[in-house]
Design a protein around this ligand. Sequence first.
Ligand SMILES: [Fe+2]
Length: 275
Amino acid sequence: MAEEKISRRKFSKRLLGTAISISFLETLFVGCSSEKKIAIAKSNNVIEPKATEVLNHWAVELNEICSDLGTNKISQKVWQEQINKLYSQIELNELLKFIDFEKLIKNFEYPDLGVNTRKVKFPKLKDLPEKTVFYKKIFGMKKGRAIIPHGHSNMASAHFVLKGDFALRHYEKIKQENDFLIINPTINKSISAGDFSNISDEKDNVHWFVAKSENAFTFDVIMLDLNGKKYDIHNIDINEAEKISGGNIRAKIIDVQTGLKKYGKDHHERMQKTL
Ligand SMILES: [Fe+2]
């Protein structure tokens, strides 16, 4: 179905240059998928006209994919596959212009622990609701700071690196047992501007970013309260986790302040030694 959907919408070569972001749900925009031709907005004065067409299509397509997820038209795994396709078509520089990245990071305050965020606004586009189905934000941090290790419930999110380098780890969430998450390692790599990742209840649920460059930013697209259930975030004490059967790991769920104190800063070396 994912393949069919993408080809149906016929991403042309010109479209091979799209982008993504994160945010909290503004409105659950239902049923916006359609066969109709996407009109090109003339009013987007943020970027060059050539890039406008590409990114307008991308933004509309992104919203449609997220709508399909919100209405359970597609599974979370299929959403992740479709998002990967969209993100692989993005030109980093065009995305930076599209979200007006330079303006977003003007006077950006980098916290000593963890990260800071800014809401992203897309240009007004025909066929794109003013409030997108997804939340969209940039996350920024100084070197050594982290998006601390955490899992999610009833959530899916996609992350595009806008600037800098990160060490990235992901784990599959096998199940929750009282105050513990049972997880299994899936991804352990470095990513840089132009790279991307995503999570859902169904795949690579737990993630952990540590900034390796002087500063680093991601653009996040976030879908909350999937399946009609309230979303939740589970910060975990990964360094105190224990190995159990089947290569799985049992990690205690901790509150955000404890997580930040332990993992919010200068944790890159220890990350590499983590299970
Ligand atoms: Fe997350």
